[in-house]
Design a binder for this molecule. Structure first.
Ligand code: SF4
Length: 338
């Protein structure tokens, strides 16, 4: 992982989806799917974006990729704005930022052989000319994702789920991407296959210096892969920290609840399970003050009226949006005023 200027900077990103109703289709409300999200990713770094389904994490990924247009905020790649690039100038973005989706079966053309699936981006970006060079590059991609070279003549349905995800990763690598957005990329796989794909991504990162934005609802999986973790709730990041800090000394009650559900490898050790009550509120009408206050076991008066801002807590780089202070003994102390 390198220092210096981040590879990707996301600053105040918002995506509000209008809800239209009535005969004239006027905008009657908005879904505040992403509501002011900021983070950066360095070269060779993995940042995981975690949270329950519907928290806006996949919308963040799609907004960076310009698969949907952000409502507000800035996204920069190597310092250059990419959120406002005209459609005709998106080619460098498409080459440098790639995505691996959850369901490799639906994201791979079932009528194309693996050879053609991998050759397509090479040709589109002018990275291989002529049959021989293309075949060599395709064979090398198969090696990288540890699939047999002689499988290039097969169709996607002839592979297992894990193998199909390897093809998806090879396709993302083909244009020489700097950043791969893995959107629930291992969520649909069996436990052992998940671990294999996570190991593969980790090895590829070491080998190629890739940056990864790993979007997942599963904290247990990101623990083995990530450098930092950003936790999202209802369209906002509520906590961000280095992996070891987040897993050992999380601050936000929502993060603590998510962590309490992560199995501990040592059968003697126990984490006290925090069961969250109530449903995730609607992003159309998010709660006042702290968005988590309707489910938080530590809620107090201030939480209902004043939105907590992300602020440094504990170690450098650890930020959390919560009005609680943690006393040295680990107990939480409400802070009634700023
Ligand atoms: Fe809970 Fe209040 Fe902290 Fe929100 S600000 S997480 S409601 S203690």
């Amino acid at each position: 992982m390198s220092g210096g200027q981040p590879l990707l900077e996301v600053d105040g990103l918002k995506k509000h989806f209008p809800i239209r109703s009535g005969v004239l289709g006027g905008v009657s409300a908005h879904v505040y799917a992403v509501d002011g999200v900021s983070f950066d990713i360095r070269r060779g770094e993995t940042l995981s974006l975690v949270g329950e389904s519907g928290c806006g994490k996949s919308t963040v990924g799609k907004s960076i990729l310009r698969l949907i247009e952000p409502t507000a905020g800035e996204v920069r790649l190597d310092g250059q704005r990419i959120d406002n690039l005209p459609a005709g100038q998106l080619r460098p973005l498409r080459r440098r930022v790639q995505v691996v989706f959850q369901d490799p079966f639906s994201s791979l053309n079932p009528r194309m052989r693996v050879r053609d699936i991998l050759a397509e981006p090479l040709r589109n970006f002018g990275l291989a000319t002529g049959h021989g060079e293309t075949e060599d590059r395709v064979a090398s991609l198969m090696d990288k994702v540890r699939l047999p070279r002689d499988a290039i003549g097969r169709f996607p349905h002839e592979f297992s789920g894990g193998q199909r995800q390897r093809i998806g990763i090879a396709r993302a690598l083909a244009p020489g991407a700097d950043l791969i957005i893995c959107d629930e990329a291992v969520s649909a796989l069996d436990v052992s296959v998940k671990a294999q794909i996570v190991n593969l991504l980790s090895d590829l990162q070491d080998e190629l210096g890739l940056a990864l934005l790993f979007i997942s609802h599963d904290l247990a999986i990101v623990e083995h892969l990530t450098h930092r973790v950003a936790v999202m709730y209802l369209g906002k990041i509520v906590e961000l920290a280095e992996r070891s800090t987040l897993f050992a000394r999380s601050h936000h009650p929502y993060t603590r609840a998510l962590l309490s559900a992560v199995p501990v490898p040592d059968p003697e050790a126990q984490r006290q399970r925090i069961i969250l009550t109530g449903d995730v509120p609607s992003p159309i009408n998010p709660p006042s003050g702290c968005r988590f206050h309707t489910r938080c076991p530590f809620v107090f008066d201030r939480c209902r009226v004043e939105e907590p801002l992300l602020r440094p807590v504990g170690k450098a780089g650890h930020i959390s949006a919560c009005h609680l202070e943690h006393a040295p003994g680990g107990e939480v102390v409400p802070q009634p005023n700023a």
